[in-house]
Ligand binder design. Structure first.
Ligand code: IPE
Ligand code: IPE
Ligand code: MG
Length: 243
């Protein structure tokens, strides 16, 4: 069913619906987050097996700090546990872990665990798994503008040379290709401050499934949907088929 010659190079996922999944069965939101980590595991394994080059997961946004304290601390706790639990599997599956977002503002223990896991998987040559943690696209663009402005001011780069490449190089995603396929679960159809620059030409796929129920099959469905689309990048359909 999946065409191996037309895989999206970079898939990004807004993993949404943990809270509603739990509440729909009379449980509290934290129960949903715990079960959400199981879906992460399944999708990461499926993507690696399929030889997807880049998978980027939105795990915690700059806006998520506004949630109840206990929910935030539970999410941080689950992250540490998941990193510890998954390390050996990431090594076995040749997955390289990276992160985007301002991780210096995460609890010290989370940042440490994350840095260690990133370090321990840094020689892996397979799929690049990027976790967006304390990530917000507006924050990312703001810090990029600040860095570029400082370089212009100090004559490190000239104003005329500020182009898309320079902007790209100052984003957290500097070493990642543009997103080809963006998936959001839980029926919400919005971007919620995720990768605004990088999704400029991404194909969008919205699934009704709450994140804890999202599995390999749903992930494959998203890729099949992607493969049926014609990515025109501004051209006409005729130009694409006659070239
Ligand atoms: C996604 O599920 C997890 C995070 C945002 C951290 P939610 O917690 O947003 O679940 P809903 O959207 O409230 O159902
Ligand atoms: C987006 O989900 C952030 C993550 C999945 C980490 P939210 O549940 O926070 O998004 P909104 O606030 O409903 O748009
Ligand atoms: Mg949500």
């Amino acid at each position: 069913m999946i065409d191996q010659s037309n895989l999206p190079k970079h898939i990004a996922i807004i993993m949404d619906g943990n809270g509603r999944w739990a509440q729909s069965q009379g449980k509290n939101r934290l129960f949903g987050h715990r079960n959400g980590t199981e879906a992460v595991h399944k999708v990461v394994e499926a993507a690696a097996k399929m030889q997807i080059e880049h998978l980027t997961l939105y795990a915690f946004s700059t806006e998520n700090w506004n949630r109840p304290k206990l929910e935030v601390s539970t999410l941080m706790d689950l992250l540490i546990k998941a990193l510890r639990r998954e390390l050996n599997k990431m090594i076995k599956n040749n997955i390289q872990l990276r992160s985007i977002g301002d991780i210096s503002k995460l609890p010290a223990e989370v940042e440490k665990e994350l840095q260690e896991t990133i370090h321990k998987t840094s020689h892996n040559t397979g799929m690049i798994l990027t976790l967006a943690l304390n990530y917000g696209a507006r924050q990312e663009l703001t810090q990029a503008v600040q860095q570029i402005a400082a370089k212009v001011k100090n004559n490190i780069i000239s104003l005329e040379n500020v182009d898309e490449t320079i902007i790209n190089e100052h984003l957290y995603t500097q070493n990642l290709p543009a997103v080809d396929l963006l998936i959001r679960t839980s029926g919400e159809q919005r971007i919620s401050n995720f990768l605004l620059w990088q999704i400029a030409y991404a194909e969008l796929y919205f699934s009704e499934v709450f994140w804890p129920d999202f599995n390999e099959r749903h992930f494959e469905d998203a890729i099949i949907s992607y493969q049926k689309r014609e990515r025109r990048f501004g051209k006409t359909s005729e130009q694409l088929t006659h070239s």
